[in-house]
Design a protein around this ligand. Structure first.
Ligand code: ACO
Length: 336
């Protein structure tokens, strides 16, 4: 990371939101041929939350999470300069961030969507920190939110058991460099393997009769589970190691490992490869499954609410997923 930093980044508040409807593994086994034992032993997931109800969308959850973060510090939303919504399940392909800007009353904020699947929150946080460190903006809301339940083939047992819906938000503020929380980051993409995980757009075979133009629609989540597993357990430890070593830190400095909540076996395998004790892993996926871009901010918000994280703790955050895109952030936690 080359940095021309004039300001640091500080987290002011976090918030999260989950739908009220839950579906446990036994209930799942009435929808597809599976069992609690199969799902739990391979993924660590016990239940997930689903956004039910007509016209409910990612913006409902994202707005709720953002409002909770604002309420925690009684912040006037007009103070926010920028909103970044990391999502792969928008309710408008032109972007959903502007709807959140309107719903929370962030009248002075510019707002845009960022699409990077399960790594979306990590890329959103890094993007926001660049705007802060250059001095362009002072206060930024970053949201990770997804409702992949709308994009899942509910007859495909190899994918439908994995995902759940949720949202998490953080409010960031620029600060003196000595108080900076984002110590380093490391980001990667390898598009050669984009087929391993996608929600692909597909043209209809027949074109428009006059224009010879094909139109179509997006399909369901498709995943090569074995390849994604191998990719995550090989590349994530490398990214973390590189990110640590380039600022002369080692795994011994880590207090918390906060990985994208894809699968408990992946979390444990990454920790094991790095020789990090499993009691440093932050995990909540047994309750929510894989909530894609929401998983990291949701787990962070819960860990803070449970008072698990102390001032000056080093948190290693790593996202990985479709793209394939993955990355790491080293954060020094400053109590809020
Ligand atoms: N219930 C019961 N049986 C099932 C289910 C299910 N839900 N799904 C698949 N099976 C069957 C398969 O049909 C197969 O049967 P067969 O041997 O008769 O053909 C058998 O179970 C084994 O299937 P595999 O796909 O080989 O199962 P595997 O042990 O690889 O576990 C899993 C699948 C859990 C998806 C694993 O590959 C994995 O953890 N992959 C990581 C991917 C991941 O976490 N993705 C999340 C999204 S991506 C991201 O966020 C980065």
């Amino acid at each position: 990371m080359k940095s021309f930093m004039v300001q640091g980044t500080k987290i002011l508040a976090t918030g999260s939101a989950i739908p009220s409807s839950s579906l446990n593994n036994d209930q799942m086994s009435k929808i597809v041929q599976t069992s609690d034992d199969w799902i739990f032993s391979r993924t660590g997931i016990k239940e997930r939350r689903l956004l039910t109800g007509y016209n409910q969308s990612v913006t409902n959850l994202a707005t709720m999470a953002s409002q909770k973060a604002l309420d925690k510090i009684s912040m006037d939303p007009s103070e926010i300069d920028l909103i970044i919504l990391a999502t792969s399940s928008p309710n408008d392909l032109f972007g959903s961030a502007s709807q959140i800007q309107s719903q929370i009353g962030a009248v002075n904020a510019v707002a845009f969507d960022l699409t990077a699947a399960c790594s979306g929150f990590v890329l959103g946080l890094v993007t926001a920190s660049q705007f802060l460190s250059s001095g362009s903006y002072r206060k930024i809301l970053v949201i990770g939110a997804d409702v992949l339940s709308k994009w899942i083939d509910w007859s495909d047992r190899s994918t439908c058991i994995l995902f759940g819906d949720g949202a998490g938000a953080v409010i960031l503020e620029s600060c003196p460099i000595k108080d900076n929380s984002i110590l380093n980051f490391q980001l990667n993409t390898d598009g050669n393997y984009s087929d391993h995980l996608s929600i692909a757009y597909q043209d209809e075979i027949s074109p428009h009769p006059i224009l010879n133009l094909h139109q179509g629609c997006f399909k369901y989540v498709s995943m090569n589970g074995k390849e994604v597993y191998k990719f995550a357990v090989s590349q994530v430890p490398l990214s973390i190691s590189r990110c640590l070593s380039s600022i002369n830190m080692s795994v011994h400095d880590i207090d918390w490992l906060l990985l994208h909540q894809a699968n408990e076996r992946i979390l444990k395998a990454v920790a094991e490869k790095l020789s990090i004790s499993s009691n440093k892993i932050i995990a909540n996926l047994s309750k929510y499954g894989n909530t894609s871009a929401a998983s990291i901010p949701l787990a962070l918000d819960e860990a803070i609410q449970e008072n698990r994280i102390s001032n000056d703790d080093i948190i290693v955050i790593a996202g990985f997923g479709a793209g394939l895109t993955w990355g790491t952030i080293i954060m020094r936690w400053k109590s809020i």
